[in-house]
Design a protein around this ligand. Structure first.
Ligand code: GDP
Ligand code: MN
Length: 412
């Protein structure tokens, strides 16, 4: 699960990491008050208007804009709400922007030798070493993937201790390696330790600050200070039950609608690009089913695991999710009845087939449906399906998994 930058900033702030203040708005009209609030007390008002979408690369795409007046803020807001944001991290046709962050702009200190003082900082899990690690670079702000690829030596990696987290000496070491000096060493180290703590406490899969910056000096703070001006988080969905405060931050309008519906019915569903819909019980069997579909020349349209004990309603819902995808040319039902009983599944199939409404308003399944049942109550299940054949003319019973895959792949 992801959250927006404006929420991420609040989370950083809760963990003591300094971020400039700001406000989320959803209309051009909101820009005026938000600009005033963000620039309150600034001698030369300067705010930054930022599109809130689940993708980076906004800066280069023109969806992060520095503005000096309320009019400029409103204009930038209108532009972002009225155009799709396209970057290498978005689908080709871009993303619709519905939320905008108007924040106090930071004055980034220049770096001796050129550029500005922008750093990269992240905590994630390193599968190779099987540890959580801090990743840091002096070259923040731009595409970190590119730097990691071209010049891996520019990336610093520091493992977190499994129990103690990121320790003070480790953070200070990294701060020195990044080139921080004086008061900034302590500030940067504290931020690193807080980010590591946040990562663990909130069950993150990624906690990223890019860029972390040093602000330009002011009369009150001549040496400037280390702060975060952009952040990105991903949370482990399996840990969400421990974090009701995070669940409420989810923005469902930015996620795949079918995947959300599936979640509500306790189904594990992942949309894929192929044409063969798969309805299976158990993740292992679902994977094997996808493999055998591919072996016979088909491409799965989805991964769908109805779980070990799905109800008739869940099975009906699973069908309607699969069949709502216009790319689906055939459906393969592959059920091994263990805890799940085959007659329940059969009843679910019959219900779904008789109740399913197609996009053109007609009832019933149009695409070929291949069913392979085995296990508990299989005889009762097969009998039910046989009796219902008249109501489901596109249904075929398969004798085994290979037979099922061959039949359904003939539909693609
Ligand atoms: P991203 O491109 O989606 O990652 O958006 P960011 O928030 O990281 O902004 C991209 C770049 O815009 C940053 O690397 C900065 O160079 C610049 N930027 C963003 N916010 C500010 C700000 O408050 N002040 C200044 N001077 N530059 C900013
Ligand atoms: Mn960024």
């Amino acid at each position: 699960m992801k959250i927006h930058e404006y929420q991420a900033r609040e989370l950083l702030s809760n963990f003591g990491i300094p971020v400039p203040g700001g406000q989320m708005i959803e209309s051009e009209a909101g820009a005026y008050a938000a600009f005033h609030a963000a620039t309150n007390g600034m001698k030369t008002p300067l705010a930054v208007v930022k599109a809130q979408v689940f993708a980076g690369g906004r800066g280069k795409a023109g969806f992060v804009k520095l503005v000096k007046t309320t009019e400029e803020a409103a204009k930038a807001t209108a532009f972002m709400l009225g155009n799709r944001m396209k970057s290498p991290q978005t689908p080709a046709d871009g993303l619709e922007v519905k939320k905008i962050l108007v924040a106090r702009a930071a004055d980034i200190a220049p770096r001796s030798g050129g550029g500005t003082e922008e750093f990269y900082l992240a905590v994630t899990t390193d599968r190779k070493t099987r540890r959580n690690i801090l990743i840091a670079s002096r070259e923040g702000g731009v595409e970190i993937e590119q730097i990691a690829h071209d010049r891996p030596e520019a990336i610093i990696k520091e493992p977190l201790h499994p129990v103690l987290g990121l320790q003070g000496f480790q953070a200070r070491n990294v701060a020195y390696k990044l080139g921080f000096k004086g008061k900034h060493v302590g500030q940067a180290s504290k931020i690193m330790q807080s980010l590591a703590k946040l990562f663990i406490e909130k069950d993150c899969t990624l906690a990223e600050i890019n860029p972390l910056i040093i602000t330009a000096g002011t009369p009150e703070k001549p040496e400037g200070e280390v702060i975060a001006i952009d952040a990105k988080f991903s949370f482990d969905e399996n840990g969400l039950f421990r974090h009701p405060e995070l669940v409420s931050l989810a923005d469902h309008s930015e996620e795949n609608a079918a995947e959300i519906r599936a979640q509500e019915f306790g189904l594990s569903y992942v949309a894929l690009d192929g044409t063969i819909g798969c309805l299976v019980n158990g993740a292992g069997l679902a994977m094997a089913t996808m493999d055998i579909v591919k072996l016979h020349g088909g491409e799965p349209a989805n991964f769908l695991d109805v779980g070990g004990s799905a109800s008739e309603e869940a099975v009906t819902e699973a069908f309607s999710i699969i069949l709502r995808d216009p790319a689906v040319k055939g459906v393969l039902v592959n059920i091994f009845g263990g805890i799940m009983k085959c007659d329940i599944i059969a009843q679910g199939i019959i219900n779904a087939a008789t109740k399913h409404r197609n996009a053109d308003g007609t009832l019933g399944f149009k695409v070929p449906l291949v069913v392979r049942l085995e296990g508990t109550n299989v005889e009762a299940g097969r009998k039910l399906l046989k009796e219902a054949q008249g109501k489901i003319p596109t249904m075929q019973a398969a004798t085994d998994l290979t037979d099922a895959a061959q039949r359904v792949c003939a539909a693609k």
